[in-house]
Design a protein around this ligand. Structure first.
Ligand code: CTP
Length: 399
């Protein structure tokens, strides 16, 4: 329940994407938020107030002169309890009004009367989004401290293809949750490895492991929530990329190594959560290997893979390096030794591998001062704690 106890004003303006705002309202309520919907006259042309009232359990406000508010000032009362105002979809019109302080209906007056953080999710035709007037208005709103989520690129309701689609409700929810996280990594670039690697034997077979990638994806999401630019180098997983994270997909350890080395120059933090195969077949067969009737079982000759974390940690000016260690016994002893062997300032240990694929975990932090528990619970919650631990250890320059 990422938004438990939060009060969100969800303003819906007149774009086709208003139908996605209904789904967003449902997701916000599911995440624990109290949701108060404000509908503009144009918004009500697309989705009716009854839909939002049913989804949020609260009457919708759509009129500056609403008599339900005791003092007759709905534009002021509605944001008093709010922690965040979300305008989704945000039309070119509402962006223009908000950027210029125009107040001629309930929403625009409410935005002017509110000192609460505002997140706009623009949605419009790509020409409108690209118009210099819209560009100016968005830049002005960002200057004024507003958050802008999206828009995304893709097929548009007008039949054109381009930038201007409202961000999907699931992704918008991630941005809304992120708005409440402290920006302890803003201005930093964080490079994360995640998932298993797959070492080919032939075109259909290979060596891999049971890593789901969930911990690494949670670290990537938490770092992005903390304001970092995040590059996620991921082995094969079934997970969607966290919103706003640049994911580079790789298969083998060697590919992961090459991709990390190409990216590491711009990173101030490197978090290695991937379960990298230590070995790969010496020979990769171009054709599927057939079993020979009555023949002896083949033997598989292996060669070592490069150690990505140790290589990055040994660079002349390495980023702040964080390793992970899943041990099956003697966690304290093995993890402390692994930290020294890999020469990393921080190592996160857990007793596995039964945590693979699960949503929760129990982690222990190892650094030069010894070790202490990071906590137990949801992987995203633990990832946020880890991000906070990394942030306090960074020097101002990050290296
Ligand atoms: N790691 C890496 N590249 C490798 C192997 C491991 O970057 N080729 C990273 C992992 O992402 C993790 C840490 O090193 O952050 C520890 O990995 P682990 O495989 O547990 O360490 P090993 O050195 O292989 O130790 P052992 O297998 O003996 O437990």
């Amino acid at each position: 329940m990422d938004l438990q106890g939060k009060h969100i004003v969800l303003a819906v303006t007149g774009g086709v994407a208003a139908y996605k705002a209904a789904e967003l309202a449902r997701l916000l309520v599911k995440a624990g938020a109290t949701v108060q919907v404000v509908l503009t006259a144009a918004g009500a042309r697309f989705v009716g107030a009854a839909t939002f009232q049913a989804l949020t359990g609260r009457p919708v406000f759509d009129d500056l002169w609403d008599t339900r508010v005791g003092n007759g000032m709905a534009h002021i009362e509605l944001t008093r309890a709010a922690d965040l105002v979300v305008v989704a979809p945000a039309t070119a019109d509402v962006l223009g009004k908000a950027a210029h302080g125009i107040a001629d209906d309930l929403l625009s007056t409410l935005l002017l009367a509110s000192n609460k953080p505002v997140l706009f999710a623009p949605a419009m035709n790509r020409e409108m989004w690209g118009h210099p007037a819209t560009r100016r208005n968005v830049a002005q709103l960002q200057d004024d401290g507003a958050l802008i989520s999206g828009p995304a690129a893709g097929e548009q309701a007008c039949g054109e293809v381009g930038e201007g689609r409202m961000v999907e409700p699931d992704d918008l929810l991630q941005d809304i949750v992120a708005a409440f996280q402290p920006k302890v990594l803003s201005g930093r670039t964080v490079l994360v490895t995640a998932g298993p690697t797959f070492e080919a034997i032939d075109p259909v077979r290979g060596l891999t492991n049971r890593s789901s990638g969930k911990m690494g994806y949670a670290v990537a999401r938490a770092a992005r929530e903390a304001g970092a630019r995040v590059v996620l180098v991921s082995g094969p997983t079934a997970l969607p990329a966290p919103h706003g994270v640049q994911r580079l997909e790789v298969t083998s350890a060697q590919e992961m190594f090459d991709t990390v080395m190409a990216q590491v120059g711009s990173a101030q933090v490197f978090v290695a959560t991937a379960a990298v195969a230590d070995w790969r077949p010496l020979q990769v067969h171009a054709q599927k290997q057939k079993k020979q009737d009555g023949g002896a079982a083949p033997t598989l000759a292996l060669q070592p893979n490069p150690d990505i974390l140790a290589t990055v940690a040994a660079l002349p000016a390495p980023p702040f390096c964080v390793g992970f260690a899943a041990e099956s016994e003697n966690l304290a002893e093995h993890a402390a030794a692994k930290r020294l062997r890999k020469k990393v300032p921080l190592l996160v240990g857990n007793l596995g591998p039964d945590t693979f694929g699960r949503d929760d975990n129990q982690l222990e932090l190892f650094d030069a001062d010894g070790h202490r528990p990071l906590g137990r619970g949801d992987k995203l919650m633990l990832a946020r704690k880890l991000v906070a631990e990394i942030a306090v250890r960074l020097t101002p320059s990050g290296r």
